[in-house]
Ligand binder design. Structure first.
Ligand SMILES: Nc1nc2c(c(=O)[nH]1)N(C=O)[C@@H](CNc1ccc(C(=O)N[C@@H](CCC(=O)O)C(=O)O)cc1)CN2
Ligand SMILES: Nc1nc2c(ncn2[C@@H]2O[C@H](COP(=O)(O)OP(=O)(O)OP(=O)(O)O)[C@@H](O)[C@H]2O)c(=O)[nH]1
Ligand SMILES: [Mg+2]
Length: 452
């Protein structure tokens, strides 16, 4: 991948290590003046790729600290620009003083993600790899870190690129056929073209499935609590969160807004979402709440359906179509403390009887959620890479364009097919940043930490 060089870029500086005190802390400079500024602070010439033990000095020659100065000459650096690292004692006061000194010598404070953004702009990383850097830093456990590492190594990008190349070949075939529009497609390799289409859409389906697993691996299991009003959904969220997060009353229709709570099960993250009870009717606010609940279910990996144990069948119908498309469901018969006799049906894999009020059955629920969350991650662990909702969305668009192109080919409407293929190809290019919308970069890199 090649980008035009940007000679007029300014020089940026930031603390690259985590906030707070540490053994060692690093201030990093990148840009055309990095070496000059670094040499000003180290008070000596810096040779590329050598560790220099120096005193870092202030404007008046007073020592700020002693430490290691490193210089990486462009393009052999993380950003692809000249980079200098000042490795000092990890005192926030020292690091702050060093950044200020960089500023006095002409550097600007880096925005969050700006070093990685430059690495992307210099072609050192593609966009999916740059995102993987942030995923690696944020990884909650070893498994997530390994998966982010694979994306950073380009495992995901290579698969996207391979698919984009295949799509391009089909595109070229179709564009070439347009020039011979008088002839029937079958004389222009129509059969071969259809075969290529089929192969391409199979490969796209496989990549989409892997990417969706990667998205779950990064974001954790997304579990949405649903059920009829008053079943005890909010009480259950509170019991699982271990705090009174949600308002609980005996009035049906208490919850209207979505309420998100993240819990951790053995290092695997689980997002719980409390929702408005589903029923026919309700006032405008409650109906909006139900609309939001349905919308949230479209993103769910797991529906936790809460029913009243005394009348489980009563609430089932209200939720049936809302949860139809959710990949996994867990049925909870709540308010077991109010049952006169033990539950008639035994609990199992996807059905538990419990009480959010007394805590009866909560241990079993915890165990079940842990297994589900780990199962998700476990399935995805082998050869898996982390991915984001943005990537899933782009692949879905590519899939839709490809399907559309296939239909147009069937109608011999080659112009329309070519246009759909172009859009599908662009959607794939957005993942790695070979095709990009300008606001996309700002959006992605602003979520990084400063100094990265
Ligand atoms: N001190 C320090 N440690 C760090 C980083 C850093 O910036 N500084 N990294 C920052 O994220 C990560 C390592 N990433 C890096 C990636 C590329 C290059 C680099 O200089 N690449 C050159 C030279 C390659 C070589 O010869 O091995 C290049 O690619 O041309 C350095 C660090 C993790 N550890
Ligand atoms: N006895 C008993 N009461 C419960 C239990 N769980 C919840 N309740 C009560 O049932 C009522 C409704 O509980 P909520 O948690 O607000 O129910 P919800 O499903 O969130 O209701 P909406 O938000 O209106 O849809 C409250 O009075 C709770 O105290 C339980 O396990 N046992
Ligand atoms: Mg509620």
């Amino acid at each position: 991948m090649t980008h035009a060089p940007t000679p007029d870029r300014d020089t940026i500086a930031a603390i690259a290590t985590a906030p707070g005190a540490g053994g060692v802390g690093i201030v990093r400079l990148s840009g055309p003046r990095a070496r000059e500024i670094g040499e000003g602070i180290a008070a000596r010439r810096l040779q590329a790729r050598r560790a220099h033990h120096v005193r870092f000095v202030d404007g008046d020659g007073a020592a700020i600290d002693d430490g290691i100065a490193l210089y990486f000459a462009a393009p052999a650096s993380y950003t692809g620009e000249d980079v200098v690292e000042l490795q000092a004692h990890g005192s926030p006061a020292v690091l702050q003083a060093l950044v200020e000194r960089c500023g006095a010598l002409g550097a600007r404070r880096a925005r969050p993600g700006e070093f990685s953004e430059r690495a992307f702009l210099e072609g050192r990383l593609d966009l999916a790899q740059a995102e993987a850097v942030a995923d690696l830093i944020a990884a909650a456990d070893a498994r997530a870190a390994r998966a982010a590492r694979r994306a950073l190594d380009g495992e995901f990008s290579r698969r996207v690129d391979a698919l984009a190349d295949d799509l391009l070949a089909v595109r070229v075939h179709v564009e070439a056929a347009i020039d011979f529009a008088d002839e029937p497609l079958d004389t222009l390799g129509g059969a071969a073209l259809r075969q290529r289409f089929d192969a391409l859409s199979l490969a796209l389906d496989a990549l989409l499935a892997a990417t969706e697993r990667g998205r779950r691996l990064r974001d954790g299991l997304h579990a949405v609590i649903v059920g009829p009003p008053n079943a005890g959904k909010s009480s259950l969220l509170n019991a699982l969160a271990g705090s009174d997060r949600a308002i609980v009353t005996d009035i049906a229709g208490t919850t209207r807004d979505l309420l998100h709570e993240t819990i951790r099960a053995d290092g695997v993250e689980l997002t719980l979402v409390d929702t408005a009870g589903l029923r026919d009717g309700g006032d405008a606010i409650e109906r909006e709440g139900m609309r939001r609940a349905r919308e949230e279910l479209a993103r769910a990996d797991l529906a936790i359906v809460v029913l009243d144990a005394r009348d489980p069948d009563g609430g089932r119908a209200a939720v049936a179509d809302a949860i139809a498309a959710v990949p996994q469901r867990l049925w909870l018969h709540n308010k077991a403390d109010l049952l006169d006799a033990p539950a008639a049906v035994a609990d199992g894999e996807d059905r538990l009887t419990l009480s959010a009020r007394t805590g009866q059955g909560l241990d079993a629920l915890h165990a079940r959620l842990r297994a589900l969350a780990q199962g998700e991650a476990g399935d995805a662990a082998e050869g898996a890479f982390t991915a984001r909702a943005r990537h899933v969305d782009a692949l879905r668009r590519a899939q839709a364009e490809l399907a559309d192109a296939r239909v147009q080919i069937g109608r011999e409407a080659l112009d329309l097919a070519a246009e759909s293929l172009r859009q599908g190809h662009d959607a794939l290019g957005e993942i790695t940043g070979r095709v990009r919308a300008d606001d996309l970069l700002g959006h992605i890199f602003s979520s990084f930490c400063i100094g990265k």
